[in-house]
Design a protein around this ligand. Structure first.
Ligand code: ATP
Length: 352
């Protein structure tokens, strides 16, 4: 039995996760999976009432008893600094050591790509973003705040262990999926210590994979190439900050936030899956949110857990919805969140 924690969170998170759960259940009816979905109410509402973001013992519970976590989104205008969101998302990534941020960039239909003459064949690569180090560790400080002499220091942490394990994971993925090319992006020309570690580590690990073509990019050149020649990439590995930026470029190449799924993986433990988009307070509660990213995230989670048949059902149904334009408004369809989820469930049930 695989236990899955489901945390819808705030805003459109609750709406899109509802649809993702419906879709998982529709596949269950066709091919039962031995899973237990456990809903949890962490998010702004709970935080405002109790000041609890995510209690320490919850992380232990995840480690001991769960196989995966499916999250929606966090962020609420009633919590001005969104401190609960930061605590829950960064807390989960760091405390569960989810060091692999897995972001496939896959164009499902030519009409969603903002680049001209690029087809699904051209935009199909995977980004691995380091997820536990870099500038996100919050090391630094401000001295003489709000004075003309103010000094702000923000450190970037790169460890041999942290850099090597994400690079190795990306190489393993490349090999397992019979891919031929891997690209690593850093800024080692300007950041000659931390990023020199990335540069050395990448080519050291590359020696163990002689059949994979390993290429180094400075991050600025990679950003340019992602737009000019997305077809030149198969697998990309990079640090936390650059990964944050280029996966947003990637999300746009595949049709925007409404279609982008992500996994936060600990290969030896529990992993967390979430759509790339946020809680989108501007459209929350209006049945406008595109549930596709959450549905594709559920697919990614099921695939990760080994439920390939059910994941394939979702993949097929999502492609049919796209082909038939059974989509939400921002992608050119005329369905609401619920109706889009209903359509995918119907395809899964009836197979057409
Ligand atoms: P944050 O990223 O800080 O959590 P956010 O939720 O406002 O905040 P994004 O997820 O980047 O940020 O979304 C930006 C805008 O894109 C939203 O305000 C919304 O209008 C639109 N958007 C995001 N996700 C979706 C979706 N699933 N369906 C439709 N529109 C979306």
């Amino acid at each position: 039995m695989k236990k899955i924690a489901v945390i819808p969170g705030d805003g459109i998170g609750t709406e899109v996760i509802r649809e993702a759960l419906k879709v998982i259940e529709a596949t269950q009816a066709k091919n039962p999976m031995d899973i237990d979905l456990v809903e949890m109410d962490y998010g702004a509402e709970k935080y405002l009432k109790t000041k609890i973001t995510m209690p320490e013992e919850q992380y232990d519970d995840f480690k001991k008893n769960f196989s995966a976590i499916l999250m929606g989104a966090f962020g609420d205008p009633r919590v001005p600094g969104n401190e609960h969101a930061k605590d829950i998302l960064l807390g989960t990534r760091f405390k569960l050591d989810l060091y692999v941020n897995f972001r496939p960039v896959k164009l499902l239909d030519e009409r969603f790509c903002p680049l001209k003459n690029k087809t699904p064949k051209d935009v199909n690569f995977t980004v691995f973003r380091e997820n536990t180090e870099g500038v996100y560790v919050g090391v630094g400080g401000i001295f003489k705040k709000n004075t003309p002499d103010e000094i702000a220091i923000q450190e970037e942490i790169n460890t041999r262990k942290g850099v090597e394990r994400i690079i190795r994971y990306a190489f393993e993925f490349t090999q397992k999926n019979n891919l031929k090319k891997i690209a690593m992006a850093d800024k080692s020309n300007a950041m000659q210590y931390g990023h020199n570690l990335w540069y050395r580590c990448f080519f050291e690990v590359a020696k163990e994979y002689p059949n994979i073509q390993s290429k180094h990019f400075y991050i600025d050149a990679m950003a340019m190439m992602m737009i000019r020649e997305p077809e030149s990439f198969e697998v990309i590995v990079t640090n936390n900050l650059f990964g944050d930026i280029i996966t947003d470029i990637g999300a746009q190449l595949q049709g925007g936030m409404g279609l982008a799924a992500s996994g936060n993986i600990n290969p030896d433990g529990v992993s967390m899956f979430e759509p790339v988009h946020g809680s989108a307070p501007d459209i929350a509660g209006k049945n406008l949110a595109n549930p596709m990213a959450a549905i594709l995230t559920a697919e990614m989670m099921l695939r990760h857990l080994g439920f390939t048949i059910n994941a394939d059902m979702i993949d097929r149904a999502a492609r049919i919805a796209i082909q038939k334009n059974k989509l939400t408004k921002e992608l050119g369809g005329n369905l609401g969140t619920k109706e889009c989820g209903d359509f995918i469930c119907e395809v899964i049930r009836n197979g057409n």
